[in-house]
Design a protein around this ligand. Structure first.
Ligand code: AMP
Length: 391
């Protein structure tokens, strides 16, 4: 996130219910049946956040973040709550990371946002994911397309699933990403929004594709990606993995040029994505990628006796203040057990200290990966470690 110059934003775990109802849309699954909504003591209706974009835009408007810079780039990592039937990859409290860029129209911002999500999957070593993109048009071209789609669907209306029939009037685009097999077959040849875009949306979509190519992001165009929420315009995208089963989306996002105005701010174009952390972990586990905590001590100060122990306690403070991650024995273990522990925790350097070393005012550093040893005066220990660990 920092490499792409996105800065962290944290918002409260709940918001007023109206915020989500107005932004995500009354007719979506989230607002219709998945929100954890409750009343506080003053009978204000509150909701545990089911997604982050609405909260970010609420904060953006409330705190005038657009005044600080013309393009606001923020990221988050936060729990989300949706009352869904729990299954593999679908939890009622789950976690998302995501990034929103608020204040620009250019499709290059969309491409950079997608490239950021991809860079994260690459960095953790995920293989075999695919990026699917689409354009869902804007308020100029979507109404005419909706009518075209509805007249196509009218011919098969009676055969559609009841869920799709309910969506017919207000949200017919969602019928295209129905999971129902009959719906899928019935909509196989339906007109797609990407083939019915206005001039502006067409050139935006073309620019997105050439920017993705320049950023070396492999993608395919999928006209059925419409995203569940009401607020999307132009770019819509998903990153999916074959290792996820039926809930195959690792991340999803898109452009939402109308949302800020809809929530009471100035007209402000924006784009963002949200990615499921538990789904990422499922994929990493399936692909044999190490999901262990990467935090490990750079230095393990092992003590050979009581003198060494007292010294280690004091020295650990000095090393930590110098920015060196360091561990000492806090369980009164034997030297052998301490060495085993240093090894188990993948310490970079181990130093054994006892009365003898302290008398000679020098200690031996052992670099665990190479086994190389180095004798250093105790007064020079911190500076030597700083040099050694930064090289
Ligand atoms: P959405 O806002 O629904 O597109 O969600 C974005 C991402 O969050 C999805 O692609 C999933 O990776 C993840 N996600 C959404 N809902 C859940 C859930 N109930 N449990 C776990 N992960 C989820």
């Amino acid at each position: 996130m920092h490499a792409f110059n996105y800065k962290e934003i944290r918002t409260p775990v709940f918001e007023e219910t109206a915020l989500f109802a107005r932004s995500i849309g009354e007719l979506t699954d989230i607002v219709g049946k998945e929100m954890y909504t409750f009343q506080d003591r003053s009978e204000t209706s509150l909701t545990l956040k089911p997604e982050m974009t609405a909260s970010v835009i609420r904060a953006y408007i409330q705190h005038n973040l657009g005044e600080l810079q013309p393009l606001t780039k923020v990221y988050y990592l936060s729990p989300m709550f949706r009352q869904e039937r729990p299954q593999a990859g679908r939890l009622r409290q789950f976690h998302q990371f995501g990034a929103e860029a608020i204040g620009g129209n250019s499709a290059i911002i969309d491409a950079e946002n997608i490239a950021l999500a991809v860079a994260i999957y690459k960095r953790v070593g995920v293989k075999d994911y695919s990026v699917k993109i689409n354009s869902v048009g804007c308020e100029k071209c979507r109404p005419a397309y909706k009518e075209k789609l509805k007249s196509y669907l009218n011919n098969v209306f009676e055969k559609l699933s009841s869920e799709s029939r309910n969506r017919f009037e207000q949200n017919p685009l969602r019928i295209l990403d129905s999971k129902d097999e009959t719906d899928k077959a019935l909509t196989k040849d339906a007109p797609l929004i990407k083939d019915n875009l206005c001039q502006e949306c067409t050139s935006h979509f073309n620019e997105l594709q050439s920017a993705l190519t320049r950023l070396h992001v492999g993608y395919s165009v999928d006209g059925t990606i419409v995203r569940g929420l009401d607020y999307y315009t132009k770019t819509a995208f998903e990153i999916v993995s074959g290792d996820l089963g039926s809930q195959d989306a690792l991340a999803g996002g898109g452009r939402y040029d109308l949302l800020t105005e809809q929530l009471g701010g100035k007209q402000t174009p924006a784009v963002g994505f949200a990615a499921g952390i538990e789904r990422l972990l499922i994929v990493m586990e399936k692909q044999g990628i190490d999901t262990h905590d990467p935090v490990h001590p750079q230095v393990f100060l092992a003590s050979a006796d009581e003198h060494g122990k007292q010294w280690a306690i004091q020295k650990s403070l000095e090393l930590r203040q110098a920015g060196i991650a360091c561990e000492i024995d806090l369980l009164g273990r034997s030297l052998k057990a301490q060495m085993r522990e240093a090894d188990r925790q993948h310490a970079t350097v181990v130093i054994v200290v006892g009365e003898q070393e302290l008398k000679q005012e020098q200690v031996t550093l052992k670099q665990m990966s190479s086994g190389e040893q180095l004798t250093v005066k105790t007064v020079d220990l911190t500076s030597t470690l700083q040099k050694l660990l930064s090289s």
